[in-house]
Design a binder for this molecule. Structure first.
Ligand SMILES: *[C@@H]1O[C@H](CO)[C@@H](O)[C@H](O)[C@H]1NC(C)=O
Ligand SMILES: *[C@@H]1O[C@H](CO)[C@@H](O)[C@H](O)[C@H]1NC(C)=O
Ligand SMILES: *[C@@H]1O[C@H](CO)[C@@H](O)[C@H](O)[C@H]1NC(C)=O
Ligand SMILES: *[C@@H]1O[C@H](CO)[C@@H](O)[C@H](O)[C@H]1NC(C)=O
Ligand SMILES: *[C@@H]1O[C@H](CO)[C@@H](O)[C@H](O)[C@H]1NC(C)=O
Ligand SMILES: *[C@@H]1O[C@H](CO)[C@@H](O)[C@H](O)[C@H]1NC(C)=O
Length: 284
């Protein structure tokens, strides 16, 4: 059940935040995926594809050259070529990023055994590997949305603020360079607190592609986050090429308490994922 909480009650939420934070910081050393998705195409164990995949995963977990939080590695030639990308949240330190990539690489193949394609999202990074060509593509599927169960009562007020903030961050992220397309920022909404947002694209996308990706994943907003009867007091959507998030608390730059949130699996998209896999959604 969704709760109907006035925006001003966000204050109560902020009061309990330190408690949540204490709790989560104790467990933050533990790595866990928030979402994983696997394709339905299997490869043969001990095949060329399998050894290419191992090679790519090994490169990802041992790399020390890359310092900007985005990894794009490949091995082999078609039809056994493997491409992988890993993107760390733009504000995490390099050591945290490398640790996240290593843990994702260590965990994902076991969760998607012998699958040619897999997606794994955890708090600090997104890992995606595939038998298809994924570099420089706008990949909005699979995508995954996590929203907060808080129903904000001041719909039009939040809506204006939220879309304004996300548009600004989208522009800022898209204007980034080939190593970093990340923007985080906040907007003060007076008595209602502060709204924090984050937008990030894989930096191998062009400016236009980054904007297309963000617009593409925003479709999930209309579906789950900003519906005619509900507007969530916090949400994130993550896809292989870009992600975005907003909350009523500072979740980036060191603070990242996870809150009471309800999981929303975009399993409609997961089905579409098979046929529209490498294209920008037609419903843009
Ligand atoms: C894969 O190779 C290993 C060692 O070379 C072998 O022990 C294993 O049985 C092989 N598995 C398959 C499915 O062929
Ligand atoms: C969310 O809040 C709005 C406005 O207060 C209300 O009309 C709507 O019924 C609420 N939705 C849910 C699911 O509680
Ligand atoms: C919120 O803004 C979006 C984008 O501008 C719009 O599509 C939607 O109808 C708005 N919803 C409300 C309740 O104002
Ligand atoms: C903030 O809350 C007040 C009422 O408490 C409301 O009138 C105002 O529209 C809200 N503003 C935003 C941006 O949510
Ligand atoms: C890998 O990513 C870097 C950084 O964005 C980019 O400069 C490079 O062109 C990419 N390589 C491929 C093969 O896409
Ligand atoms: C999609 O989600 C709904 C509700 O969460 C669930 O009942 C349904 O089985 C899911 N479908 C697939 C194909 O996973």
């Amino acid at each position: 059940m969704e709760q109907n909480i006035p925006t001003s009650l966000v204050l109560h939420f902020l009061i309990i935040l330190p408690i949540l934070f204490t709790f989560t910081s104790q467990i933050s050393a533990q790595f866990s995926f928030l979402n994983t998705q696997c394709s339905n195409t299997a490869y043969t164990p001990n095949s060329t594809f399998g050894s290419n995949l191992n090679q790519v995963l090994n490169s990802l977990s041992t790399d020390t050259q890359i310092t900007y939080g985005f990894y794009n590695f490949s091995a082999g030639q078609q039809p056994n070529r493997v491409e992988a990308t890993a993107l760390c949240r733009g504000d995490v330190p390099l050591a945290t990023c490398q640790d996240c990539v290593r843990q994702s690489v260590a965990g994902l193949p076991a969760l998607c055994p012998n699958q040619k394609e897999a997606f794994g999202y955890s708090e600090n990074c997104v890992l995606f590997y595939s038998d298809a060509s994924i570099f420089g593509r706008v990949l909005i599927r699979p995508s995954w949305t996590l929203r907060n169960g808080m129903n904000v009562s001041d719909r039009s007020g939040l809506n204006r603020t939220l879309y304004g903030l996300l548009a600004r961050l989208q522009n800022e992220a898209a204007s980034g360079d080939s190593q970093r397309k990340f923007a985080a920022g906040n907007v003060d909404i007076g008595n209602n607190g502060t709204l924090y947002g984050l937008v990030q694209c894989n930096p191998d996308l062009t400016r236009l592609e980054c904007a297309q990706c963000v617009q593409g994943i925003m479709i999930n907003f209309q579906r789950y986050v900003d519906t005619p009867t509900f507007i969530a007091g916090g949400a994130r959507t993550v896809a292989p090429s870009c992600n975005l998030r907003y909350e009523f608390f500072a979740f980036y730059g060191g603070a990242s308490p996870s809150t009471q949130a309800s999981l929303v699996f975009d399993n409609t998209s997961k089905i579409l994922h098979v046929s529209f896999h490498f294209e920008i959604s037609n419903d843009l």
